[in-house]
Design a protein around this ligand. Structure first.
Ligand SMILES: C[S@@+](CC[C@H](N)C(=O)[O-])C[C@H]1O[C@@H](n2cnc3c(N)ncnc32)[C@H](O)[C@@H]1O
Length: 150
């Protein structure tokens, strides 16, 4: 809802924050009317040409896990392609410790990520430089925070 984008802008980044949902973007603009963040309605799978390898820092927080499994590879590719040469990608996601399909497919997202799925970032030329495992305070669900370098 814009909080991460605002925090990055406060740190001095020139931030583009996008979502396919016009409602979500309108809500961010309403929450932060004086924002320096460039909020934009956009489809991750149809990025603007200038976005290809266009960002020094990409924050992917809980989007991959929210999209259907048959889109997982395409989602990972689309995110990786946003990272500039020498750029940084930070991924925050629920984790699963098995390569079996995540349960609850019929119940809807989130569908946690596996190691093999994440290794696709490496296959796309990114190097994992840091990984933290943590559990969220409310539900104690296993999560990863992973930093990649292009
Ligand atoms: C679970 S939310 C993650 C929200 C936020 N990143 C966070 O950490 O709280 C997933 C978001 O991805 C958006 N989304 C789904 N498909 C998308 C697409 N193809 N392009 C851009 N955004 C998309 C949804 O509208 C939704 O707001």
């Amino acid at each position: 809802m814009g909080d991460d984008a605002e925090a990055l802008a406060e740190l001095g980044f020139q931030v583009t924050a996008f979502d396919i949902s016009p409602t979500a973007i309108a809500w961010c603009c309403q929450r932060f009317p004086a924002s320096k963040v460039h909020y934009q309605v956009a489809d991750l799978f149809k990025p603007e040409p200038t976005w290809q390898r266009g960002f020094d820092f990409v924050l992917e927080s809980r989007t991959i896990q929210s999209l259907p499994l048959n889109l997982r590879t395409a989602t990972i590719q689309a995110i990786a392609h946003l990272v500039a040469p020498d750029g940084i990608l930070l991924v925050i996601a629920r984790s699963r410790n098995s390569e079996a399909e995540p349960g609850g497919l019929l119940n809807g997202p989130p569908w946690p990520l596996s190691d093999a799925e994440l290794s696709q970032f490496q296959a796309l030329g990114l190097t994992e430089v840091h990984r933290e495992e943590f559990r969220d305070e409310t539900h104690q669900i296993a999560q990863w925070l992973i930093e990649y370098r292009a």
